[in-house]
Design a protein around this ligand. Structure first.
Ligand code: ATP
Ligand code: MG
Length: 447
């Protein structure tokens, strides 16, 4: 910011492309009702930023000087949420408009700060644990993360209010933190992940000062509650930009705080296959999202952890007397609980992840009625998709197995029967399974 510039910079309506045409009816309703009731009401954040960039905004965030209680009094369909950040959600069926009260400063030593212990809290290392001090619009702008996210569109006069040279940075395509980068990362380390996400999503570069502290401070991400990390995982990997985010997160040493087991496996000597595999899984997910097809996070999560899991199963089987099944389930639980320490995967995704993994074994057993049973498994499709990816990367038997299933799904009943009958060991399936088991070593009893 130059010394002579007066903030906010005001961009009048005829000089910008933010228009009510592009703002959702629900967001406009909320803005107008707040405004008509005598409050200031601004569209802020991604909505304004994306419209200036000519991108369709994902959602619309609103900032106001009305307190959460005052907002609640205005809207019957209002829910107050959040502890760390108290917010109002105005609910229109599936569409939710987020309304935040202007936030104020923390770092003053005045009386307001002392009175506000309950509404604001910082940890010993500077992380904001609670942030519910309300303030003016310019204080609110300073509390936002990046300059491009601190642009306010006012429904009262249709001007954009730019408090931190955001428009200039949009033009220069720069991701720049507001204020001192180290302090801002310490307050909230998730801003490191957000810097990467905006850089890939908006095709921008992270400015030098904003990029420099990321690697040295990356370990602060270890303090973020796993539930919040799951939300960030979704935004980074189930967004259509997974491959780009993966590359940039690894470049900044951030990926290991999301997926430590995968990162460790990627650093192991023979990592090329694994790297190709996770890239392919992400590319498929990106493609589906960009074609507006449905995706489940369970698939990508299962793919990310598949090789760490199967490598450990192999190791455990070499070093113990466990049956293949016991070894598999023991490792499955271990891998899953280790992952939960970084990212809290909700139960509704854990169950299908396990199914997808278990199916990798089931898909091998095709004799008798087994293939038909597996075909009816509720997660067959996802399990088969993972097998296809593995086949593409591993080739050999896995590729042939995937091909078998591709043909089997399309086969007539007669052809299907023939495919099963012509499997090796098809006549006596039970015995053939037993035969495959490793003979027990009697000498290792004491282990
Ligand atoms: P998108 O919704 O496209 O992912 P966004 O910028 O709208 O991007 P949100 O997470 O919806 O991101 O947040 C809305 C706004 O709230 C941001 O633009 C920013 O101004 C502010 N904000 C969000 N998270 C933080 C944070 N961790 N620190 C400071 N400000 C934040
Ligand atoms: Mg948003």
């Amino acid at each position: 910011m130059s010394d002579t510039t007066q903030y906010p910079i005001i961009i009048p309506r005829d000089l910008h492309q933010v228009s009510r045409k592009y703002i959702s009816d629900n967001a406009l309703k909320v803005l107008y009702r707040l405004n008509k009731s005598g409050y200031d009401a601004y569209l802020v954040g991604g909505g304004v930023r994306d419209m200036l960039l000519g991108i369709e905004p994902k959602d619309f965030d609103i900032a106001t000087n009305a307190t959460p209680e005052q907002i609640k009094a205005l809207f019957r369909n209002c829910r107050l949420i959040g502890r760390r950040f108290r917010l109002a959600h105005i609910v229109f069926g599936r569409d939710i408009i987020e309304v935040a009260t202007f936030r104020g400063h923390h770092d003053s030593s005045d009386d307001k700060q002392k009175q506000c212990k309950k509404i604001s809290k910082q940890s010993a290392d500077g992380m904001l644990l609670r942030d519910n001090i309300y303030g003016s619009i310019d204080e609110d702008a300073e509390r936002r993360d990046f300059t491009i996210n601190a642009l306010y569109y006012n429904v009262a006069d249709f001007n954009i209010y730019d408090f931190a040279d955001g428009v200039k940075d949009i033009e220069a395509r720069k991701i720049k933190l507001i204020g001192d980068p180290e302090t801002r990362y310490r307050e909230d380390p998730v801003r490191m992940l957000r810097a990467v996400r905006f850089a890939t999503k908006l095709d921008m570069t992270i400015s030098e000062e904003t990029a420099a502290p990321i690697k040295p401070m990356s370990s602060l991400l270890g303090n973020i509650p796993p539930a919040r990390m799951f939300e960030e995982f979704l935004k980074l990997f189930i967004s259509g930009d997974a491959v780009a985010n993966f590359d940039m997160l690894r470049e900044y040493d951030l990926f290991k705080y999301l997926f430590p087991q995968l990162e460790q496996a990627l650093l192991a000597e023979d990592n090329e296959t694994l790297l190709a595999f996770v890239r392919l899984a992400m590319a498929n997910t990106d493609e589906r999202i960009n074609q507006n097809l449905r995706v489940t996070p369970a698939f990508l999560l299962a793919a990310f952890l598949w090789y760490p899991l199967s490598r450990q199963v192999t190791q455990l089987r070499q070093n113990s007397q466990l049956t293949p099944q016991d070894a598999f389930f023991s490792v499955l639980h271990e891998v899953m609980s280790e992952q939960q320490r970084s990212i809290a995967i909700p139960k509704r995704f854990q169950a299908p992840m396990k199914d997808i993994w278990i199916l990798q074994d089931k898909l091998q057993r095709r004799d008798g009625k087994r293939a038909y049973k597996t075909l009816e498994h509720p997660k067959f499709r996802a399990g088969y998709d993972l097998l296809l990816l593995r086949g593409e990367i591993e080739g050999g038997e896995v590729e042939q197995l995937a091909k078998w299933w591709t043909d089997f799904q399309d086969a007539s009943p007669e052809l299907g029967q023939m495919m099963i009958k012509s499997l090796p060991n098809a006549r006596n399936p039970r015995r053939s399974v037993r035969k495959r088991r490793k003979p027990r070593k009697t000498s290792a009893k004491s282990e």
